[in-house]
Design a protein. Structure first.
Length: 140
């Protein structure tokens, strides 16, 4: 549990990239909940009470909620009418020049700009994060 919380903190303060192995992604929604995509193969979507607490509120099957997530190279969509905070949302996968996910975690290793998922459509739900910051496994 401590390891899981540690990478969430790193995501918020440093945080990015769909690498060979997935390190996770997290974003904070308008309600202040932390929404995280986690698991070695991005198999879970987990909602936490807030960004400073590791109290899990909900857990969803990421493959069920966003079926094209793993196969996509540039964007992914999540199914409509589900209970997930990502219900009906479409995200663009892009590089954010001013985001350096490994800056603090691995200062001598991986200094490239980081990957983010930016909400394009279906973003009106206050539980849908506008942006997810991706943590490469190398930095976790």
């Amino acid at each position: 549990m401590i390891r899981k919380f540690s990478w969430l903190v790193v995501l918020l303060y440093a945080a990015s990239a769909v690498a060979a192995t997935y390190g996770g992604a997290a974003g904070v929604n308008k309600k202040g909940e932390l929404v995280a995509i986690s698991g070695e193969m991005a198999e879970f979507l987990v909602v936490y009470r807030d960004a400073t607490n590791n109290h899990e509120l909900q857990r969803f099957d990421m493959k069920k909620e966003c079926p094209d997530f793993v196969e996509s190279a540039d964007k992914f969509s999540c199914r409509k009418n589900s209970q997930s905070p990502l219900s009906g949302a479409t995200y663009q996968i892009t590089i954010k020049a001013d985001y350096r996910p490994c800056k603090d975690a691995a200062p001598n290793l991986y200094q490239d700009a980081g990957t983010v998922y930016v909400c394009l459509t279906g973003c009106e739900n206050p539980r849908t994060p506008a942006i997810f910051y991706v943590a490469p496994m190398e930095c976790v």
